[in-house]
Design a protein around this ligand. Structure first.
Ligand SMILES: *[C@@H]1O[C@H](CO)[C@@H](O)[C@H](O)[C@H]1NC(C)=O
Ligand SMILES: *[C@@H]1O[C@H](CO)[C@@H](O)[C@H](O)[C@H]1NC(C)=O
Ligand SMILES: *[C@@H]1O[C@H](CO)[C@@H](O)[C@H](O)[C@H]1NC(C)=O
Ligand SMILES: *[C@@H]1O[C@H](CO)[C@@H](O)[C@H](O)[C@H]1NC(C)=O
Length: 357
């Protein structure tokens, strides 16, 4: 190679690198559109009341830069909500048809369909990443989000009940571990684009994306994930062959803490609070948002749990599965953190829980 050609190649390489470096980093985003390491949201149920949640579109919001719940300024159906701002990056990547950005959307209830798939995990979320970093959003909203062509919309299926979710920003180095977790949770992927440049490191996602039969998955797998800002998260992934209640059968015993669990409760489909094993699981029955505003777990499709007050391990987990006998037979997962602000925020919401008989 001549010196001149070498110089040109180096210049091209340099400009290419600059292009990657200059592109705004893919991140979870707040309502102002600014990058945050993580955020948690709690969409409130639709209720008759003067206080919170009249429309079923208000949400509580907490991120790495705030210390307690704030009521959202935007409604969740707005493209300027935290979900809207975060998803905007996926819409841009979709439009650009970029070769260096990948995404994947999954939901057991796919948008605009009244069908719920039982062949795949009871799991909902989306991922967007490039070779530098990306985010993973886990949520409980049926039929969300719409495919990128439709732009940002919030479905009516997510309006009546409460919904929860967490978004975490991860460096690309974490996506291999995420890839393995997804193999276990077996998501129903309805929209994805994973350019060939990723296929060597991320082996399962392209196969899940193509719905081709994948490698054998472990019955369950626990992994540690580090956020872009260096905060540790755990991810519990169970397959349908681990046929046990993930709360009592695994998470409480693994985290060594009694758990209070808030999940969607339906009459005659409930697992009672459970004190059989060393670490107990108690069902939360009602949530308080303010002194005057409450709702029951029958109106809450959210899925989360926290360490009982007074225990030394203060965990919060947010994820996919309800405490119901049927959900022991489904795959899904939870992301857990010991962040004290998240724990306090959820702790304050507990109005009462059911003791063991
Ligand atoms: C969101 O929902 C509210 C209440 O139904 C409605 O007034 C508003 O127009 C909706 N906003 C968008 C962007 O769809
Ligand atoms: C993306 O990669 C493919 C195959 O490597 C190539 O044919 C195509 O031109 C690339 N597209 C862009 C926008 O770079
Ligand atoms: C729902 O599932 C049924 C049976 O599998 C299928 O015929 C129908 O087209 C599906 N509906 C939608 C909206 O996907
Ligand atoms: C409590 O949970 C464990 C693990 O799921 C289960 O084996 C046990 O039967 C449960 N106990 C009761 C009383 O339901």
């Amino acid at each position: 190679m001549s010196a001149r050609r070498l110089r040109t190649s180096l210049a091209v390489l340099f400009l290419g690198l600059l292009g990657v470096l200059e592109a705004p980093a893919i991140s979870c985003r707040n309502e102002a559109g600014r990058a945050v390491d993580w955020f948690v949201f709690y969409k409130l149920p639709r209720r008759q009341g003067k206080d919170f949640g009249e429309t079923g579109l208000e949400y509580l919001y907490l991120d790495s830069a705030t210390r307690s719940w704030r009521r959202s300024e935007r409604l969740v159906n707005s493209s300027r909500s935290a979900l809207g701002r975060t998803l905007h990056q996926l819409h841009e990547a979709h439009t650009a048809k970029s070769n260096n950005t990948a995404y994947l959307m999954y939901n057991d209830g796919i948008p605009k369909s009244m069908n719920y798939s039982r062949n795949y995990g009871h799991t909902k979320g989306l991922l967007l990443w490039n070779r530098i970093q990306g985010f993973w959003l886990l949520h409980s909203i049926p039929g969300f989000p719409p495919v990128p062509e439709e732009g940002y919309e919030y479905p009516s299926t997510g309006r009546r009940n409460g919904q929860s979710g967490i978004c975490v920003t991860f460096k690309y180095s974490q996506f291999e571990a995420i890839d393995s977790q997804l193999l276990v949770t077996n998501p129903n992927i309805y929209c994805c684009s994973i350019p060939a440049t990723f296929h060597q490191e991320l082996v399962h996602m392209p196969r899940l994306c193509a719905r081709s039969s994948s490698s054998k998955s472990p019955a369950r797998h626990l992994t540690t994930l580090q956020s872009a800002q260096g905060k540790n998260f755990l991810h519990f992934a169970k397959s349908d062959s681990f046929s046990d209640d993930i709360f009592a059968g695994w998470m409480a015993q693994q985290l060594k803490t009694h758990l209070l669990a808030e999940t969607w409760q339906r009459k005659r489909q409930e697992l009672p609070s459970n004190c059989s094993l060393p670490y107990h699981v108690y069902n939360i029955k009602a949530i308080k948002i303010s002194r005057k505003s409450y709702f029951s777990s029958y109106q809450d499709h959210a899925k989360w749990c926290i360490s009982q007050k007074g225990t030394k391990n203060r965990w919060t987990c947010i994820g996919d599965l309800n405490r119901s006998p049927h959900q022991a037979l489904r795959s899904g997962g939870f992301i857990c953190t010991q962040n004290q602000h998240i724990h306090q925020a959820f702790q304050r919401l507990v109005l009462y829980y059911e003791d063991c008989d």
